[in-house]
Design a protein. Structure first.
Length: 165
């Protein structure tokens, strides 16, 4: 295994060589040396994590959907110390009673212009909370799964009373 620093992140490449093998053809250090060098003061490599969130929107109104989505995305990013570069993709769902605007448009207005975004309709379940916008964001972070902060705003906080707010 070869470890090193690339930009701000740490990368690890599996080479199939044993730590006591000779240096590669380019004259680099052996895998064992690289691994030992990477362990001294090393930082855990970023992992892909999923962050969930929801917000209950006041009405099926374009401005309400855009504002509620912006609040949700902003809060997810702040609570998890994320930048736009950390976001891999976001999937938005909206209950069938929210149709006045695409939630992804609000994310674009926030500057997430090169992040893949997808909108979908949540399944219609009798008795489900109305006017709920949800997101599932895939992010790169050094936080552990336990350190991820899922965000439930407004009336949607009642959906996950088990999570710290």
């Amino acid at each position: 295994m070869v470890s090193g620093v690339q930009g701000e992140g740490v990368f690890v490449v599996e080479t199939g060589r044993k730590p006591d093998d000779e240096p590669d053809q380019a004259g680099g250090e052996s895998d064992g040396q690289a691994e030992q060098a990477g362990q001294a003061g090393s930082v855990a490599p970023p992992s892909v994590r999923a962050v969930r969130g929801a917000n209950q929107i006041d009405s099926d109104d374009r401005d309400a959907i855009l504002a509620g989505t912006a609040d949700l995305v902003t809060e997810v990013m702040q609570r998890n110390a994320l930048s736009a570069d950390d976001i891999i993709s976001i999937i938005f769902t909206a209950t069938p009673d929210l149709t006045a605007e695409f939630p992804a448009y609000a994310a674009r207005q926030l500057g997430l212009t090169d992040v893949p975004l997808l909108c979908s309709t949540e399944i219609s379940v009798p008795g489900a909370m109305p006017r709920v916008l949800r997101l599932l964001a895939h992010v790169e972070t050094r936080r552990t799964r336990a350190e991820i902060r899922h965000v439930y705003l407004g009336g949607a906080a009642a959906l996950r009373t088990d999570l710290p707010q």
